[in-house]
Design a protein. Sequence first.
Length: 262
Amino acid sequence: MDLNLAGRHALVCGASEGIGRAAAHELALLGASVTLLARRAEVLADVAAALPCTAHAQQHDSIAVDVADAAALQAKVGGLAAERPVHILVNNTGGPPGGRAIEAGPDDYLAAFQRHLLANQVLTQLTVPGMREARWGRIVNVVSTSVKEPIANLGVSNTVRGAVASWAKTLSRELGADGITVNNVLPGYTRTQRLEQILRDRVQATGKSEDAVTATMLATVPVGRFAEAGEIAAAIAFLASPAAAYISGVSLAVDGGRMQSI
Ligand SMILES: NC(=O)c1ccc[n+]([C@@H]2O[C@H](COP(=O)([O-])OP(=O)(O)OC[C@H]3O[C@@H](n4cnc5c(N)ncnc54)[C@H](OP(=O)(O)O)[C@@H]3O)[C@@H](O)[C@H]2O)c1
């Protein structure tokens, strides 16, 4: 199976920690040069310095920018793409706050659409010309299982995830002829900051202990544990590899079997 990414340049968003950082590590192990993107410059510099180099002329770098700032994204990522074409784009950022859909205000929805859908669109428009030129590209969006089964008390998140999945499916049909695949990875419960936040929110909402909340969540996961970030990253790296050239337009759940739909 061809997993070799030597000579490819990956832009991995939300890469200062969690799933994004783990994805950057996996892509670097496969030989890609990786540019990390998130808001905290110092953390990114440390993560970039720790990434492995396994291929000739592999180099890692980072860009500190808030994906909600479309003008800054245009300037910084536009500059990067003009200098070093991006072949692999991992669209990823922090998840929206919890809460019921009925209680969220217009600003909550707008903020989530800005950070998820619109940022993805800006990043994709900036990087697709380089992929087209190479006749090879991979766009992998980190979304959520809520694309298929909405999750209670994540009303804004459920809404924007559905939009991202429809956007991605549409793009996969538009870009396939250019050798560009577009896929979504849907993480289940994964041990990161985001999961800790979800646990805290549920403790607060239910008044139950963290152990009790954890047990309730794990009871829904057939494999009986939370995922490690590296397990989600492995799926991202596979979809980014040459071996996955014929996979496009899919939403791949990596959730330990939690989703009930087929
Ligand atoms: N963990 C789970 O159980 C789980 C389950 C389903 C879906 N997901 C989804 O998967 C995605 C990644 O989750 P995760 O658990 O890896 O999250 P995480 O640990 O909270 O990491 C989020 C990353 O995004 C960056 N980020 C946040 N806001 C940003 C912004 N405005 N601009 C640029 N970068 C930003 C953060 O870095 P900076 O703070 O440095 O900017 C960080 O690197 C999220 O959408 C999450 O909702 C997670």
